[in-house]
Design a protein around this ligand. Structure first.
Ligand SMILES: [Fe+2]
Length: 352
């Protein structure tokens, strides 16, 4: 963890002069990814103006009347339809009159996910432009991880190529309404602790946002598993840092690295006293491999499994069912809190 202006946060990695500094950047990324699994990147190449405009169109999107957003395609995990609007996900029904709204796009034929142009002028084009700027960021990060792990430099490029019809990497915009005037139980989370299913996740936060935290174990590094159970010693802040993107390693990359790179637990909690209580927006870009890709490292630490099947398992762990062929994973589901792939071999969860 680095200390910046008195705030502890994951390290910042400078991506400038990438070609000349590739070795140095690789070393820094590997250090961050093998410890907390979280880091920031700066000089990442996404124009600040584009980031600002994307936040701006999102703020207008989430002010649409409910009847409009209800008329858009609705995200349905049960049917694996990750496109369009995801309505309010109550933090705690009856306790917190607060929610978490999302909107999704996947690069695929997604025009139906967008409201009419006249309702949110510029929303569609700005969002398409923003999504189009993402590969330039994650291609470099994944190239470094490939090199750091001893793979060919382009090892993850094919799997993460959104032009492939089997790649459904998703872009999600999040809206958290203001919390003024409402009450909640202590330790209430807006997003409960979880790991991401991704290769890497890119998260854009807005000034004044707080609440994103990552887990740490006894030595201040990534949470480790103990006999298959999830242990959190402490939570560490991952604050907004101007000009930076928050990046974290996901389960797929952890498995492909035989557990060397850490997919760490994180959460978004409700504001603490004194923290901003206004509206909060964030934008997450989830870099997935293709569904058909078999995720397994050279040491075969985890059983080989396609990303499609992994998503079946993972989604069930979150309370969703994507396919009917999951009974073999029942035992693992109860221990889906293990840091690492909740993948089973002979019905036993594999812990990292
Ligand atoms: Fe996440």
């Amino acid at each position: 963890m680095a200390i910046d202006a008195g705030i502890e946060h994951p390290p910042i990695v400078d991506l400038s002069n990438y070609e000349e500094r590739k070795e140095e950047i690789t070393a820094q990324l590997m250090h961050a990814a093998t410890t907390s699994g979280f880091f920031y990147v700066k000089n990442h190449g996404v124009p600040q103006d584009l980031i600002d405009r994307e936040f701006e169109v999102n703020s207008r999107y989430f002010k649409l009347p409910e009847e409009v957003t209800a008329s858009l395609p609705q995200v349905n995990w049960a049917k694996h339809e990750l496109l369009g609007h995801e309505p309010c996900n109550k933090v705690s029904e009856g306790v917190v009159r607060e929610g978490h709204f999302k909107w999704w796009d996947t690069h695929k034929v997604a025009d139906s996910a967008y409201p009419e142009e006249k309702l949110v002028p510029g929303f569609k084009q700005t969002t398409k432009d923003f999504m189009g700027a993402m590969p330039n960021v994650y291609d470099r990060i994944l190239s470094c991880f490939a090199l750091g792990l001893g793979y060919p430099e382009g090892f993850f490029k094919e799997a993460s190529d959104v032009r492939d019809s089997d790649n459904y990497s998703v872009f999600v915009v999040n809206y958290y309404p203001k919390t003024e005037g409402i009450t909640w139980k202590p330790d209430t989370n807006r997003i409960t602790p979880h790991t991401d299913e991704t290769l890497v996740t890119l998260l854009f936060t807005s000034p004044g946002s707080a609440g994103l935290e990552l887990a740490a174990g006894k030595d201040g590094k990534a949470v480790d598993s103990q006999q298959g159970h999830y242990q959190v010693e402490s939570w560490h802040p991952c604050p907004h840092i101007p000009g930076c993107i928050v990046v974290n390693v996901g389960d797929s990359l952890q498995a492909w690295s035989d557990g060397v790179l850490k997919s760490n637990y994180h959460r978004v909690r409700m504001p603490k006293p004194g923290e901003p209580t206004g509206e909060r927006y964030s934008m997450g870009y989830f870099v997935w491999p293709r569904y058909k890709d078999i995720i397994q490292g050279p040491q075969k630490k985890y059983p080989g499994i396609t990303f499609a099947r992994f998503m079946d398992v993972k989604s069930k762990g979150f309370g969703y069912t994507l396919s009917p062929e999951l009974e073999v994973f029942e035992d693992a589901q109860n221990r889906n809190v293990v840091l690492g792939m909740p993948i089973v071999s002979d019905g036993i969860a594999a812990a990292s």
